[in-house]
Design a protein around this ligand. Sequence first.
Ligand SMILES: Nc1ncnc2c1ncn2[C@@H]1O[C@H](COP(=O)(O)OP(=O)(O)OP(=O)(O)O)[C@@H](O)[C@H]1O
Length: 885
Amino acid sequence: MSRFSPGDVQEAAASHSLVTTMNAQSDVLSGSSPTTTTAVVREGTHTGPRPANKAESDPAPARAYPSQPPPQSQPQPPSSPPLSPTPALVPHAPVILDSGSSTPNSHAELTSSGGESLRAHETAAASARPSTTTTTQRKQARSSRRTKPQKSGARWSKNGVSSDDTGSDHKASLSQSSSSSPHKVPPSPKTSRPANRPHLHPSFAPTDAAAQKGRYMAASFGGASGDSRRGVSSPRPKGREAKNTFCRNVTIYGHCRYENTCPYIHDPSKLNQNENAKKRFNVDSPSFTPLQASTNGSLTPSSRSAAISPKAANAAVFTPKSQRSTTSTPSLHTKEPALDWHQQDYQEFVPQTFDSQMVDPSASASVLGYDPFNAPSTIPTITGTGHQTPAINPYVQDPTGLSGTPYYQGANTFQTAPSFHLYWPIGPQPMNLLGYQRTAHDFFIPETLREELQKKSEVARQILPNSSLPPIEQYHSLVCLDTTQHKNQSVFGYQSWIYKAVSSKDGNTYALRRLENFRLTNENAIRSVQPWKRFFNASVVTIHDAFTTRAFGDSSLILVTDYHPCSKSLAEEHFKTAAMPRFHGRQAGSSQIPEQVLWGYLVQVASALKAIHGVGLAARLITPSKVLLTSKNRIRLNACGILDVVNFENTRPLAELQADDLHQLGRLVLCIANNSLTAHLNMQKSMEHLGRLYTARLKECVQWLLNPQPSPSTPTSPTAGGTMQKDIDTFLGGIAEQFASVFDSTLHAEDTLISTLGRELESSRLVRLLIKLNFINERPELDASIPVSTGSAASPPAAWAETGERYYLKLFRDYVFHQVDASGHPVTNLAHVLDCLNKLDAGSEEKIALISRDEQNVLIVSYRELKRGMESAFQDLLKAGRSAR
Ligand SMILES: Nc1ncnc2c1ncn2[C@@H]1O[C@H](COP(=O)(O)OP(=O)(O)OP(=O)(O)O)[C@@H](O)[C@H]1O
């Protein structure tokens, strides 16, 4: 990546006097203030890579990357006029010293090279044709053909249509053809093109007018000077290209005498095939039509199958032998096979960061054996009344990607899942880099965090197509979040389901917990949710509403709570490990939970209990399945308030319930520490195990929580002090030092997030800058609506985007994004882009060399001028927008 060097500035200064003499003329042309341009230098003074420019006069949209910058000593064609400033081709740069590109010059070059191509191709015809070709040039062409036949050759097509064809390419291939096949070409009936005819890009040449071909091809060869230079070193034509070319003898005479030996095509139908095959992706490309599935599941024969034997066409679709084969085969029968393919790829490549242990053997087994085609008939019987959705959570964070399979099976709608593997840095990341050696990833949000946030937002927005779940009140687009169809009635006394749903009132996504077949016998029961609706704590899932409904065909109680995408219960996190032989009630092989994680859980639940007990409530349900893990080590109580409604009539005293909360907390930690859901059933053994694996402090704390109300004479609290109450305040006092350490790590995490946010702020700043630039760059339709600030009548109205500051903003865009290296390859250096945009945003005094697309002019401008120009152009746009209203 080259940058503008100080030498350029000096050279620019040296040519300043010349620049000044040009100012008057250029100002009239550009209509812009002469003060806006710093300097312009002649071609060749810059040393850096040039932007991939096309000729200024070339209207063709397709742009070829130019070859190496032309050396100053590059020989000019004999017919070329001396270099002179040519305002007609210079697109109104504020001050321009033209180094040689001009309309007459271009025309001379066009004419000259066009004549050469014609001569080279049509040996006899060219000599007889009263074209612009001169006798001297013809001789030169012949001699060059004789002496350097190996340099000839390049692609050549029927119309000279390929956007990257060059004059010499064409000439060479034709000279080769003329040597191999003695085509006799008569003089073309059209000998020259009108003088004012614009330079036509080969791709716009008519395809059917054979007589015009030569002319357009000739015109195309004389395109941008960069093109013709590049053509000198074009590769030899390949046999395949001759095969793509229609024989000119057939065009001119109607037949070819040398058809047997001639390498060109003589059958027009073949030509069209070859043409289509040759063009890669353009407007003429045939659209891709995948094999469509008919309603009976068989593939509809397409035109492609007509070309193959019926046996082959009806052959079974290839299915790779893998775990996913059971799922991938039916996906071919969906409406959008291509999309399914993407989805499967996404499943396969998603790096799992947040979860590593959640492999439910039973779930995996059931999914593996799950037949999506039979599912609708079986699932309702499993899930009960009114519950017709396959009770498989599509969003479960299953590393195998299997739990979501049925969801993707049925998905006929378009889905754009972020392809995380595309962003993921490949290979080990370099360490200990200096400040200026940072990698591209250093500029952006950390990969793990970005992936987690993107997943959450994607999951929160996903819906199940063809879902039979009814809307409930204002909640629609219900998706069942349950990961298992075997519901445990013992928790609430009712089967419970949980759905993600969108509220039509506020557009937010909520989690709806439904208790099936719940009958409300007392109106006051449902009012007991009111205090919970006013309760907000960071460690409790907020409750928003509670009501009963018959939308499912039964009488259900619905509790509306916050929705936390990609979350899972502690039971799913810690107890659903791979199938392994059990050992003493524990799952052997499961890893030990770090003590710091357990203290984190203790502190979070304790702070939630402090708040809950403080407002005269009790959590009542602190079990592993009802504590939600919403991000790494971040938990929330998820079933508060439900038992208040369900057990309204036989509730216990509050003090008892609050003491039970502490007991449940102790049991939770004991179970997790023992990696067993039933650890509390064998208390002594479990405590011993806990004592072996963890510190005495943790054991003492759990012991205190599990003990019944301590008597005044037996102080066993964490504080180990004298007589005390067994309440949450005592407990908090006892674990104060753990609170301090958890609080400290929370602050560290917050600091990290704030600094990440700061980096993202930088990115959003650059995005705003880019948006502004793109509003301005090469804007076509505003030409008439915005008066060109020059006020010059000579300026065409269609020049807003090409004049004044807009012109060098356009060149700046090329400088930032379209640079090519010395061999003409695109430069895609993110650091360069960020560097340039940041300097533009800051309005730095640093100067850069902007090179016009025909590589004939170099503008030296500072970022400050660019910034000023961008602001003023943007203001123009705003004004025009306002006046249009
Ligand atoms: N508020 C919520 N936001 C996001 N996901 C939730 C929310 N509440 C529960 N979930 C998810 O829904 C799933 C089912 O939760 P639920 O509370 O029904 O537990 P469960 O494992 O089915 O236990 P049980 O059998 O006792 O009902 C879990 O994967 C959980 O992560």
